[in-house]
Design a protein around this ligand. Structure first.
Ligand SMILES: [Zn+2]
Length: 314
């Protein structure tokens, strides 16, 4: 009965169900892209995200429901095959897909651009010694660093580009899309300045990460990790590997070690036992962030603030 009432109402308003059902659906692969799209679509629509919050895009396996969601999307934003390898074949025939690592004006970086990557990072020998496949992408020197969303500069480019692109889906909202993207871009300028002011006095404080994901943020601010530890989430490191990592920590003196949400805290406690090391957690995918138009700023601000809070205490 309610349906009939609704039908009458809708028809009475001169609309039809085909119009109602044609509300475009915007899907992104990972949450950071969803957050950027949410800022652009503020007041217009709420973009959806494909991957569950804690899933790593590097080694994700598509479920049948994911394939249905992809097929139904009017837009699908993804970074590119360096990040979402699981999508590459599927998206060749998906006209709604938009690959973001190819949009004009992005700052792209390759692994191996910086001394830290060859000096200390990417301990590939020890990595394979542990007898597991890569949990993350290879980070092989010369390949694209696919964490393109982790600088305010790139996020601004992506948002402005999305506003143009979404204008085709939402022609009646073109002005609003542009306005949202410009506002977002201005807020990110401010955020970048704030983070830079806070982090620049800390550039010589040593820190270590477990995932070479922060290069875009680090390059934009001028900080760099002393090392990138390669450790498996599943497998305990061997004695030799543990010793090598402890040697790096010892040589650095008081330092910060940043784990990520998926990484067992006790593994790091063992690694740094007895050393003057502070631990904190970085969340590059925004797992803890509430989805919405302000979510991207929250993600980046939390990253920068977490880095600063730990380094300031050294
Ligand atoms: Zn990564």
């Amino acid at each position: 009965m309610f349906l009939r009432f609704l039908l009458t109402l809708v028809c009475g308003l001169g609309l039809s169900f085909s119009v109602a059902a044609a509300t475009p659906s915007v899907l992104t692969t990972i949450k950071p892209l969803q957050l950027i799209a949410a800022a652009v679509l503020d007041g217009i629509a709420e973009p959806e995200v494909l991957l569950p919050p804690a899933a790593s895009p590097h080694n994700y396996a598509l479920r049948p429901s994911d394939r249905r969601q992809i097929a139904a999307a009017d837009r699908l934003y993804w970074v590119g095959p360096e990040l979402e390898r699981f999508l590459q074949r599927l998206l060749d025939n998906q006209p709604a897909a938009r690959r973001l690592d190819q949009i004009p004006g992005l700052t792209l970086r390759s692994y191996g651009d910086h001394p830290h990557a060859t000096d200390h990072g990417h301990d590939h020998a020890a990595h394979s010694h542990d007898g597991h496949e890569h949990d993350d992408h290879d980070h092989a020197p010369g390949t694209l660093d696919p964490h393109i969303w982790l600088s305010t500069d790139n996020a601004q480019r992506i948002a402005l580009w999305m506003a143009e692109d979404l204008g085709q889906l939402y022609p009646e909202h073109q002005q609003r899309l542009q306005h949202n993207a410009v506002q977002f871009s201005q807020r990110l300028e401010q955020l970048h300045t704030q983070l830079q002011q806070r982090l620049q006095p800390l550039t010589d404080k040593p820190y270590f990460v477990f995932h070479d994901a922060y290069g875009y943020l680090e390059d934009s601010i001028g900080i760099h990790p002393r090392g990138v530890f390669t450790l498996s989430v599943e497998v305990q490191p061997g004695a030799r590997h543990t010793q090598a990592l402890r040697q790096q920590l010892t040589a650095a003196g008081p330092s910060c070690v940043f784990r990520e949400p998926q990484f067992p805290a006790d593994r790091i406690a063992t690694l740094s036992a007895g050393l003057p090391v502070r631990n904190a957690e970085l969340d590059p995918l925004g797992i803890a962030v509430t989805p919405g138009p302000a979510g991207y700023e929250q993600l980046l601000n939390t990253l920068g603030t977490t880095l600063a809070e730990c380094l300031e205490q050294l």
